[in-house]
Design a protein around this ligand. Structure first.
Ligand code: FES
Length: 167
């Protein structure tokens, strides 16, 4: 038998230290993960999302192409559906963002019967030329953004969105 007995005072000290450490770890873990998680995330830039729109069906008339992808916000993963207005100029595919540069409504191709060759924003009658250039005298102050776009196995694939390079 050992004579190393734990006193009541020592036992209480060990117990409180253990419980305190456990509680501190419980509080610190989410904070550490919150701080470190963005660093460990893989960036999706340069990735293309495959759509079900056949390239052979794309004409010079813009068509709306919807695409869905997974978006990770910290540790919450959700499915997001976006759309692009896609048309061709010769062999080149062009994809424009439908988000109005005034206050963010969704623009439609030929949405105004009096302007059948322009994009139209129904919120405040904003208008854009086919290449996304905002029409002077209408509310938007900048051109529509442009998506990277490419063909993958005969289908349209949409990439990252950026400034309009056509205007
Ligand atoms: S939001 Fe498009 S014109 Fe105002």
């Amino acid at each position: 038998m050992s004579n190393n007995r734990v006193s009541r005072r020592q036992f209480l000290g060990y117990t409180l230290t253990g419980v305190g450490g456990f509680m501190a770890a419980g509080m610190l873990m989410p904070m550490v993960r919150f701080a470190v998680d963005p660093v460990l995330q893989q960036k999706g830039t340069g990735d293309f999302v495959l759509t079900d729109q056949r390239v052979e069906d794309i004409t010079e008339e813009p068509v709306r192409v919807d695409f869905t992808f997974e978006q990770t916000d910290a540790w919450y993963v959700s499915e997001v559906t976006n759309s692009a207005w896609v048309y061709r100029e010769g062999d080149i595919l062009i994809a424009l963002s439908p988000v109005c540069k005034h206050l963010g409504c969704t623009v439609n191709w030929a949405g105004d019967p009096e302007q059948p060759t322009q994009f139209y924003c129904p919120c405040h009658a904003g208008r854009y030329e086919k290449n996304g250039l905002n029409v002077p005298g209408t509310p938007p102050l900048g051109p529509l953004d442009q998506y990277a776009v490419e063909e993958q196995d005969g289908f349209v694939a949409i990439g990252a969105v950026g400034p309009n390079t056509l205007v």
